[in-house]
Design a protein around this ligand. Structure first.
Ligand code: PDD
Length: 286
């Protein structure tokens, strides 16, 4: 069976699932999105993803296409129709269809909603985590509101492509002070030689990752030492461990940053342990 997508009220084979060429998402990148992990048929931390979606919409003065309950049902229906038990569900909302004009449509238009799902074999992530990943560093050239999860991802696309071309999985974005902001599609973490876990504080320069938030719950529950602060690329290269977090990568150990090996070049013990414990602290809703 082919993949089924939800588009503005209809469930369609993906080849027939289309939006207007005047959709503001297509024209301007005027939209927001969420990626929610699916595990054993359940959504992971759905509530936090839906809350962040509402926040993104609010920050951009966009209307919600559906009430949270109805959206929740659509997510499940897309998963069911695609028989996805492990993988992710993707939801995208744009400001809708209107003749091209940068300013918002004069008359309120209905926001466009697209939902897709994809199966991923959990063994693939586990294999990657057992080896660890490489990251490269690049200047952060994004706009000043990466806290909004917009579909306008050109700097992120370019950064990921550069990483791929250099045999790395992720790019860490560096600010003008040489500080690590976050990954192109993940949050960035280190473990210092004093065994303190460090990640960038929440502000407008990073996306407040749902995986990050849940991992903070785990860290607090276990009493691990934590500092939410900026850290430099140089500090990261001298760290004992490094890792990234994201809805599809979960906790993924980093074993090299640019040409610098982290620790002994193997996934760190703490990162590996955090990954193993993660789902005990995340909320799974069938
Ligand atoms: N990316 N920072 C950025 C810039 C991201 O794009 C993401 C997620 C994260 C981690 O957020 P979360 O833990 O809620 O997934 C941080 C998604 C997965 C993506 O773009 O595919």
């Amino acid at each position: 069976v082919g993949r089924i997508a939800y588009v503005n009220g209809r469930y369609l084979p993906q080849a027939q699932a289309t939006v207007s060429i005047e959709d503001r998402g297509y024209q301007f990148g005027d939209g927001v999105y969420e990626v929610c992990e699916v595990r054993g048929g359940a959504l992971i931390d759905e509530e936090r993803h839906l809350a962040r979606l509402e926040r993104s919409l609010r920050e951009l003065k966009m209307l919600a296409p559906l009430a949270p309950r109805a959206l929740s049902r659509v997510l499940r229906e897309v998963l069911a129709r695609n028989k996805v038990r492990d993988g992710y569900v993707y939801a995208q909302v744009t400001r809708g269809v209107a003749p091209r004009d940068h300013a918002f449509p004069a008359r309120a238009v209905r926001p466009s909603l697209v939902v897709t799902a994809k199966a991923i074999d959990p063994a693939k992530g586990a294999q990657q985590a057992a080896k660890g990943i490489k990251v490269i560093s690049l200047p952060d050239i994004r706009w000043k509101r990466p806290d909004i999860k917009t579909i306008n991802l050109l700097p992120n696309v370019l950064a990921r492509q550069a990483a791929k071309e250099q045999g790395a999985y992720e790019a860490w974005l560096i600010d003008a002070d040489g500080m690590v902001v976050e990954g192109a599609a993940s949050n960035a973490w280190i473990v210092t030689p004093e065994k303190i876990i460090v990640t960038h504080q929440v502000d407008q320069s990073i996306l407040q990752g749902v995986t990050r938030t849940t991992l903070l719950d785990l860290i607090a529950a276990k009493g691990y030492r934590l500092e939410e602060r900026r850290f430099s690329l140089d500090e990261a290269k001298h760290a004992e461990e490094a890792f990234i977090t994201g809805a599809t990568t979960l906790v993924m150990p980093v074993v090299a940053i640019d040409d610098t090996t982290i620790g002994d070049g193997k996934p760190g013990a703490l990162a590996t342990s955090l990954r193993a414990q993660f789902h005990n602290f995340a909320r799974a809703t069938p």
